[in-house]
Design a protein around this ligand. Sequence first.
Ligand code: NAD
Length: 253
Amino acid sequence: MPRRRDLDLDALDAAVTAMVVAKRAVALTGAGMSVESGIPDFRSPGGLWRTYPPERYATLSAFRRDADAVWEMLRAMGAVLEAAEPNAGHHALAALERHGHLERVITQNIDGLHRRAGTKDPIEVHGSSQGLHCVACAYRDRDASPPPQGVPRCPRCGGPLKPPVVLFEEGLRPGVMEEAWRLAQRCDLMLVIGTSLAVYPVASLPDAAAQAGATLMEINLEPGHLRHHGAIELAGGVGEVLPLLAKRVLEGC
Ligand code: NAD
């Protein structure tokens, strides 16, 4: 469970007002969004990178060199993701979108939990763990499941398949970042949720939004990443803060 910290009620009031007046709010989410769903962030103790160092298991060159080893990591990751369910924070964001208070969700997460909570068409900047694709010929099957063992092979070119998650050294899917930039530059409010903003180019999206005049709001156990932009800071776990925010916004005050 997240560490309990008293929520700043003045900041909550400011956040509610910002959401009620916003016409084009977008949310940008990171690994902290899904920690309460049982998916630890990959870097902390117990996280995936402690057992599977990313330079050996999560790069495109590692996949080309030794797809069997990378699939060992992918299956370990798949087991964690499969056991996870959307948390109250995912559901609150989906409700805000359903009621017209949120235009779009941009996520760095690959776990599919926004979709499962009912968010329509989230922009999954780093791809998704669902389906299989071929890095050699770009073949893609969104519904395919990997076999329990071994490296699945592309039916078109015979190359090794992997889930459409973006590995280190691998380019983002064409058009995805362009759409995220477009949303950042035209939004009037950006909610930045559960991300340390350490991974580029996604980490620049709040700067683009601020430069275009948007209000920024940060929801994080340890906020402060956007203080230089004067962001409204809500310190707390997503499962506590987002339902509170959504309830107040949907009640219209
Ligand atoms: P990060 O691990 O760098 O930062 C996580 C942030 O979330 C931290 O600032 C932390 O304070 C905050 N946080 C943790 N628990 C929280 C909670 N309950 N409520 C609110 N905030 C909380 O994550 P990142 O910035 O997203 O970068 C990691 C990269 O790894 C991303 O690119 C992402 O693709 C990938 N990743 C994805 C998943 C997933 O799909 N669920 C999980 C781990 C990592």
